[in-house]
Design a protein around this ligand. Structure first.
Ligand SMILES: *[C@@H]1O[C@H](CO)[C@@H](O)[C@H](O)[C@H]1NC(C)=O
Ligand SMILES: *[C@@H]1O[C@H](CO)[C@@H](O)[C@H](O)[C@H]1NC(C)=O
Ligand SMILES: *[C@@H]1O[C@H](CO)[C@@H](O)[C@H](O)[C@H]1NC(C)=O
Ligand SMILES: *[C@@H]1O[C@H](CO)[C@@H](O)[C@H](O)[C@H]1NC(C)=O
Ligand SMILES: *[C@@H]1O[C@H](CO)[C@@H](O)[C@H](O)[C@H]1NC(C)=O
Length: 498
């Protein structure tokens, strides 16, 4: 049940962070952004004409009904390859009312790419279009910006990318949410994939990677297991070539692991960035010690000495007085009125976020084949799991089987200034996990991650599991460190090495 707590927290905090800027943003958007753009377009028209992109063709005539003239996206003044978007049902059942939304972009290279990458944001109930517009898509429209710009580090520069809004209840999806756990989520997702590849059949043979963030740390291992564990008949009908998984700042385990246990140490390390007083930091530290969290952290050794128990005889519940994480949030918000749990270096003022007004525009919705949807929300206002309960075993329990079966393994990565989930939680999860016949990493992560001649973090690989820590990145690594993120992505695809 503790998964529920972090589940709600990830969602609620995200939603409130988003809504804080909503009213101001509506005004700003109406004020003349278009005029600025008209002046800008002239020189860029040439680039538009000269850019050459590989354009895939699809034999199924239904594909044409999803075609998007990407260059017609409002406020966009730079060349873009064509894309395909719209909704497809989660099953072949006639009259299926539940439909997911997708936006498929071929690679921007002049030749066809060999890979297809799925990207999923978390929540649960937060849209993967946030990843598209503000993390790894070809169009970048950041908070505070008046118009989108081209993203030189788009993941489409390296692979075809498919952004999918799921589960039902998220973004432009249709139908009533009816799932209670991740197995059901994975079944609906697999049903959607059957429909998707039925239309875009030519994409089936590409090497498939599944990537995502945050609560997608729950989704992705279940979805990958569903693909790997598909029946022989399902595999014959849909021969997917799933290669590897890449998850940043993910939820895999108890929130005692991802949030509570690492909190006090994080507050101490980042005391000055957070603006916390020494007495606040000391008070968090003394709670952390008496609640048994420090004892857990001290067992992160390489190799580990044995299984690492949760406090109170391995109980996965905590008393209110041991909710160090919520105490820390109160302290951080007292110290910084614009505290951003996803990236602790943020200070006031919080810039307006254009994403909800952009995807709520009728012209955008028309282009994406979801005409007349009305107001689009970055994170769903309703429960995407029945009663908001995700009754699933922690996704870490699926890792051993996935690591034994994925040709390019799994990569977990974490931004070091994320404070809704801490990197030390990933280290705890890994050191407590047994896979490939051993527990945890045998050697501490320390290899420098060098990107463009600069150290961007560290990484380590053992037995098909890679773990990366990225400097100066919050929860949304591809937004904060887009060049580093593209490098990591290309390494996962096998186009370069870490
Ligand atoms: C696509 O949109 C651009 C920009 O609005 C326009 O110039 C072009 O004619 C459109 N292409 C097609 C095939 O409709
Ligand atoms: C998921 O929920 C369904 C419906 O309640 C149930 O039949 C199934 O056993 C559950 N799966 C898991 C893995 O808990
Ligand atoms: C997939 O199959 C493996 C091997 O039979 C099994 O261990 C694992 O639990 C299955 N995973 C799921 C999510 O059903
Ligand atoms: C470590 O794994 C064991 C199961 O192997 C589990 O009982 C325990 O709660 C886990 N500890 C943490 C910190 O997640
Ligand atoms: C790593 O992955 C390969 C390919 O999937 C597999 O053959 C091998 O057994 C895996 N190694 C471990 C330790 O699981």
């Amino acid at each position: 049940m503790l998964a529920l707590k972090s589940l709600q927290l990830l969602f609620v905090l995200y939603a409130s962070a988003v809504s804080a800027s909503r009213s101001r943003e509506a005004v700003d958007r109406l004020r003349g952004t278009k005029h600025n753009i008209v002046e800008d377009t002239e020189p860029l028209q040439h680039a538009k004409r000269s850019a050459s992109f590989f354009t895939p063709t699809f034999a199924n005539p239904k594909a044409a009904t999803f075609a998007v003239n990407s260059s017609a996206l409002p406020l966009v003044t730079f060349p873009l390859q064509n894309s395909w978007a719209g909704r497809l049902p989660i099953s072949a059942t006639s009259g299926e009312t539940r439909q997911l939304f997708f936006w498929y972009w071929p690679s921007s290279q002049p030749t066809a790419s060999k890979t297809l990458t799925i990207w999923l944001n978390g929540g649960p109930g937060c849209s993967s279009l946030a990843g598209f517009l503000q993390e790894n898509g070809p169009v970048s429209f950041q908070p505070g910006a008046k118009a989108p710009v081209s993203n030189p580090n788009a993941w489409t520069t390296a692979s075809d990318v498919l952004w999918i809004e799921q589960p039902v209840g998220t973004g432009f999806t249709l139908g009533t949410p009816n799932i209670q756990n991740e197995s059901q989520l994975a079944t609906q997702f697999y049903g959607f994939l059957q429909q998707f590849f039925g239309v875009f059949t030519e994409l089936t043979s590409k090497q498939l990677f599944i990537t995502g963030e945050s609560y997608a740390g729950f989704y992705i291992p279940y979805i990958a297991s569903r693909i790997i564990n598909a029946s022989a008949a399902e595999k014959a009908a849909l021969p997917l070539s799933l290669q590897g998984l890449l998850i940043n700042d993910g939820v895999y385990s108890s929130d005692i692991v991802g949030e509570q246990a690492p909190t006090a140490g994080f507050a101490k390390s980042f005391q000055s960035t957070l603006g916390l007083s020494t007495s606040t930091v000391n008070s968090l530290a003394s709670k952390s010690s008496s609640c048994g969290y420090d004892a857990m952290i001290s067992q992160i050794t390489y190799p580990p000495k044995g299984k690492i128990n949760l406090p109170n005889g391995n109980k996965d519940t905590i008393s209110r007085s041991c909710d160090v994480f919520d105490t820390y949030l109160d302290d951080a918000e007292d110290a910084n009125a614009c505290f951003n749990i996803y990236r602790i270096t943020d200070k006031c003022p919080t810039p307006n976020d254009p994403i909800e007004s952009y995807f709520s525009r009728s012209d955008v919705q028309k282009l994406l084949h979801v005409s007349g949807f009305g107001t689009w929300s970055e994170c769903s206002n309703r429960n995407v799991f029945v009663n908001g309960l995700d009754n699933s075993a922690y996704s870490e329990t699926l890792f051993p089987n996935l690591l034994a079966n994925l040709p390019r393994g799994m990569t977990l990565w974490h931004g070091l200034i994320d404070s809704i989930l801490f990197n030390i939680g990933d280290r705890l999860t890994i050191q407590n996990l047994t896979w490939g016949g051993l527990q945890g990493f045998q050697t501490a992560p320390s290899t420098p991650l060098i990107v463009g001649g600069t150290q961007a973090g560290i990484f380590h690989t053992e037995r098909n599991l890679t773990y990366i820590e990225v400097n100066n990145a919050g929860h949304m690594i591809p937004e904060d460190q887009s060049a580093v993120a593209l490098h990591v992505f290309q390494a996962i695809l096998g186009q370069t090495t870490l």
